[in-house]
Design a protein around this ligand. Structure first.
Ligand code: IMP
Ligand code: MG
Length: 177
């Protein structure tokens, strides 16, 4: 039997402190404006909540769920909208909030779709980025952490739907029982 072990990569305190720094940047950049947060379900939900609590300009929020055709570990770049936004983006300062940018395929596709809905401005904020893995270039406006090419879980990220609730970021390791 293989046993899964989670090695801590970024502690809860480190993640929380960094989210505060990124929120401070957002508060400066959006001073005098509203920000419309788009949470990408399900992975983005923990980060979106923690970020939103630290934003001091007026916030509105919407949620979107996408799935990429292909298996769980590799995205194809064709994105299916599983749950669309409830509200239009026309005239809004949109900030997309994602858990992780890996190949960049999901976000580059999604950005094109959402730009077509005529927001005033559209930016991207991610908790994690694996720049080494990039296949499709996407402009990341706010990033909490660049991480090496390892499969991570926690803070919304899952492995086979497990570990989303961990309050830190960890690497899944497998060992013999
Ligand atoms: P991509 O940028 O289109 O390749 O896909 C990004 C998506 O792949 C993320 O939103 C996650 O759902 C998933 N993903 C990529 N790397 C990881 C990881 O290390 N752990 C958990 N999910 C990941
Ligand atoms: Mg995701």
């Amino acid at each position: 039997m293989m046993k899964e072990n989670i090695r801590v990569l970024l502690s809860e305190a480190e993640v929380d402190a960094r989210i505060q720094e990124v929120a401070d940047m957002i508060n400066r950049d959006y001073a005098g404006k509203n920000v419309h947060l788009i949470c990408i379900l399900k992975g983005g939900v923990f980060f979106t909540c923690e970020l939103a609590k630290r934003i001091t300009v007026p916030v509105s929020m919407d949620f979107m769920s996408v799935s990429s055709y292909g298996d769980d570990t590799k995205s194809s770049g064709i994105v299916k909208i599983v749950k669309d936004l409830d509200q239009p983006l026309e005239g809004k300062n949109v900030l997309i909030v994602e858990d992780i940018i890996d190949s960049g395929r999901t976000l580059s596709y999604l950005l094109e779709i959402l730009k077509g809905r005529n927001p005033s401005d559209i930016r991207l904020c991610t908790l994690l980025d694996k720049p080494e893995r990039r296949v499709k270039q996407v402009k990341v406006d706010y990033c909490c952490f660049n991480i090496p090419d390892e499969f991570v879980v926690g803070y919304g990220l899952d492995y086979a739907q497990k570990y989303r609730n961990l309050p830190y970021i960890g690497v899944v390791e497998f060992e013999e029982d």
